[in-house]
Design a binder for this molecule. Structure first.
Ligand SMILES: Cc1cc2nc3c(=O)[nH]c(=O)nc-3n(C[C@H](O)[C@H](O)[C@H](O)COP(=O)(O)OP(=O)(O)OC[C@H]3O[C@@H](n4cnc5c(N)ncnc54)[C@H](O)[C@@H]3O)c2cc1C
Length: 317
């Protein structure tokens, strides 16, 4: 593996990371920028339609990511000189190690070893899997981690969706169109979603809610496929007959790729940044849901964009 050099490495190619790349390039197209990760593995690409981007009424997430990739490809053509490599390169590999020496950050992925003068970390939040009793046993047999991907398979059936916030609200609103009954099971005392979604639930007689459920008491059961779900509610064990359980829980940020670099985090584990998206380690910037930013696409994109601008300014200095 030969050692390559770049100015800025962006780790994570969801909409936050791609926005950062577009911003950094625009600020100074002389910088060589590498964008790591698999764009179609991002939450935006995997989670159905988006309908809150100002100026775009509705767009399928995967199409939106594709448009961003095309935009990057076009930017590469803008000032391209013959024989020179692209200024913005997607490396469709996950970074396994980020380390630091006196002058550079070292990034190792499956087939590349690249050193960079600055980094933006935008790896998002991992899905929380393998946490519920019965979850692993029934994957592809009634347990799914994506309501909008698999919901239509359970047309006319009773289903449950587990989680909280706008994603689960959107998932439940999607499921109600196909499923006979949808039960939202949330560990939170309320769904904690936008009122617009709550208003839609008012006209959804086939959606029921169970709040404040201790997820340690949840058990998905069945024989060949899912037949039901049990959980504790006010000292009693409740049992619901369902054919599918959509687990839409998110984990804490995963910073295990950092070797001998300690980023300052909040008590909830989100990366702390200042108003320029800089972390406590000089040359490392962070953006997006890994920083605990409110989980709205336009806000995350703005955060990525800002990180790109300030990382580029940092490099110019
Ligand atoms: C069900 C659901 C529906 C949603 N609907 C909406 C909506 O309608 N409107 C809205 O505003 N928001 C919505 N969201 C929220 C929004 O999609 C996410 O919060 C947003 O995608 C987060 O962006 P991100 O770039 O920070 O992280 P992600 O989208 O998670 O992207 C992170 C990227 O980093 C990559 N990565 C991870 N580890 C590494 C590594 N070691 N090396 C390299 N790359 C790595 C991942 O593969 C991924 O491509 C929804 C989310 C969900 C789950």
């Amino acid at each position: 593996m030969s050692l390559e050099t770049c100015d800025l490495a962006i780790v994570g190619s969801g909409l936050t990371g791609i926005s950062a790349a577009i911003a950094a390039y625009s600020k100074n197209p002389e910088h060589i920028i590498k964008i790591y990760g698999i764009p179609f593995d991002s939450h935006t690409a995997k989670k159905g339609e988006i309908e809150n981007i100002p100026g775009i009424e509705k767009i399928v997430g995967v199409d939106y990511i594709q448009q961003m990739i095309t935009q990057i490809q076009k930017l590469n053509e803008e000032f391209k000189k013959e024989g020179q490599p692209d200024k913005l390169e997607f490396i469709n590999e996950n970074v396994t190690v980020i380390a630091k020496n006196e002058t550079h950050f070292q990034l190792i992925s499956e087939s590349r070893h690249i050193q960079a003068k600055a980094i933006i970390i935008s790896t998002g939040l991992p899905e929380l899997k393998h946490s519920l009793k019965g979850e692993d046993q029934f994957v592809h047999k009634g347990v799914s981690h994506c309501a909008v991907c698999d919901g239509a398979l359970f047309r006319g059936r009773k289903v449950a969706i587990i989680g909280g916030g706008n994603f689960v609200a959107r998932g439940a609103l999607f499921l109600r169109k196909y499923c006979k009954k949808v039960t939202v099971i949330s560990p939170n005392p309320s769904l904690e979603c936008d009122n617009r979604f709550l208003k839609k639930f008012l006209s959804s007689p086939n959606v029921a809610f169970k709040y404040g459920v201790d997820l340690n008491t949840v058990e998905i059961y069945g024989s060949q496929t899912v037949e039901g779900i049990k959980f504790q509610e006010e000292e009693e064990i409740r049992e619901l007959t369902v054919n599918a359980v959509f687990v839409e829980l998110k984990d804490k940020p995963d910073l295990s790729i950092l070797k001998d670099i300690t980023l300052e985090v909040s008590h909830e584990g989100y990366v702390n940044t200042n108003a320029t998206n800089a972390t406590n380690i000089e040359g490392i910037f962070a953006a997006g849901s890994i920083c605990g930013i409110r989980d709205y696409i336009p806000i995350l994109m703005g955060d990525g964009y800002r990180a790109g601008i300030f990382a580029s300014e940092y490099l110019d200095k």
